[in-house]
Design a protein around this ligand. Structure first.
Ligand SMILES: Cc1ncc(COP(=O)(O)O)c(C=O)c1O
Length: 375
């Protein structure tokens, strides 16, 4: 299907337009949901596991936003797994992988099960990353990291890693292409759990890998066909519909997160706020220099540790106690309630995913929960 595109458009325009069918008479403005496993022989799709016109539209749009070739998969973890397998295919099986010491816990578990040595690093410590990169096959970055919000200098790391012969993958789920475009500063692939901000409405699981190089994108598509972690056409459509409003959602939730972070820093029930938008945050300078905004996830440590944090997550009325992030609704959870979370994540850390509700309503609810449960 021919679609509309113009490389000179800015992200807010690209998000609305990219992947949309060309305006021929009676062409639908909304991409059709093509629900077919079988295709008449002779065309480019061939079979429902090899391709789908609704995926194509989503991939066109995400690829345009990130500046690469996008491949959609069944979930964020399917995207993480595909990126890892493809980027490591031709490397020495004994070559280490540099991994974030903190990061999404399921990604870290998968990285630990590759059968290769792993070198955990603080992604915010560029020198440490570049030391660890010697003889490594791959640097796996998250930026900002989930849930500690450490910020990597992606450009400096890519330059050093490539000099050392390693490839770089960046999970930019918390940043989105609106705030960070790793392919533009040298990353080999960028990974998004599109489940989060890209789709944005907590109603779909989907992942995307965007590759700088067409051969890597081809290998990702072959991996998807072989392993079968394909997105459903309706899921791809939902993700594309969500993506249309990504820039405006990001603008709003980043603004609200910034306001809440400033107030939380002064709160008597809070011992520490981690948010790269705060001048006091260790990631502030790098975020300011390399990102178009500090994101909308805020991590707070509460007075009273795990018990107090559990009490807070049980006491809000508006904030929903749930795992996930990036949807229109604000969520909170104590991360260490997961057995698989890194032991270095503080017991009393509550991750806030700031959504689109009114900032004053969010503040009133959170402030009341923090005060009510203060030990
Ligand atoms: C940074 C990051 N990457 C990957 C994933 C995995 O995404 P999914 O749940 O869609 O598999 C998540 C999920 O929370 C995440 O936060």
């Amino acid at each position: 299907m021919r679609s509309v595109s113009d490389a000179s458009w800015r992200p807010s325009t690209t998000a609305v337009v990219s992947g949309r069918p060309a305006p021929t008479p009676d062409a639908p403005l909304s991409v059709p949901i093509v629900a077919s496993a079988t295709y008449a022989a002779g065309g480019p799709v061939g079979y429902g596991r090899y391709g789908n016109p609704t995926w194509d539209a989503l991939e066109t749009a995400v690829g345009a936003l990130d500046g690469g070739e996008a491949v959609a998969l069944a979930s964020g973890m399917a995207a993480v797994s595909a990126a890892l397998q493809v980027l490591l295919t031709d490397s020495d099986p004994a070559a280490p992988v540099v991994v974030p010491r903190h990061g999404y816990h399921t990604s870290l578990r998968l990285l630990g099960r590759l059968g290769r040595p792993v070198r955990p690093v603080d992604v915010a410590d560029t020198e440490a990353v570049l030391e660890a990169v010697q003889e490594a096959a791959l640097v796996w970055l998250e930026s900002p990291t989930n849930p500690l919000l450490e910020v990597a200098d992606v450009e400096a790391i890519c330059a050093g890693a490539h000099r050392a012969g390693a490839r770089v993958a960046v999970d930019a789920t918390l940043a989105t292409p609106i705030l960070l475009r790793p392919l533009q500063v040298g990353a080999d692939v960028v990974v998004h759990a599109a489940t989060k901000y890209l789709a944005g409405h907590s109603d779909v699981l989907l992942g995307v890998v965007v590759a700088a190089d067409g051969d890597v994108a081809d290998a990702l598509r072959t991996h998807r066909s072989d392993h079968g972690a394909v997105p459903g056409p309706f899921e791809a459509w939902l993700a594309l519909r969500g993506l249309r409003t990504l820039p405006v959602r990001m603008q709003r939730c980043v603004q609200t997160a910034g306001e809440l972070a400033v107030r939380l820093e002064q709160h008597p029930a809070v011992t520490r706020v981690r948010y790269p938008g705060l001048p006091t945050d260790p990631g502030h300078a790098v975020a300011q220099r390399t990102m178009a905004g500090p994101g909308a996830v805020v991590a707070v440590e509460v007075v009273g540790g795990a018990a107090a944090a559990d009490a807070v997550t049980g006491a809000t009325r508006l904030w929903v106690h749930a795992t996930s992030l990036g949807g229109v609704e604000s969520l909170l959870e104590r991360r260490r309630r997961w057995r698989t979370e890194q032991p270095t994540v503080p017991e009393g850390l509550v991750r806030l995913s700031v959504g689109l509700e009114d900032v004053e309503d969010l503040w009133d609810d959170l402030d009341a929960a923090l005060r009510a449960t203060r030990p």
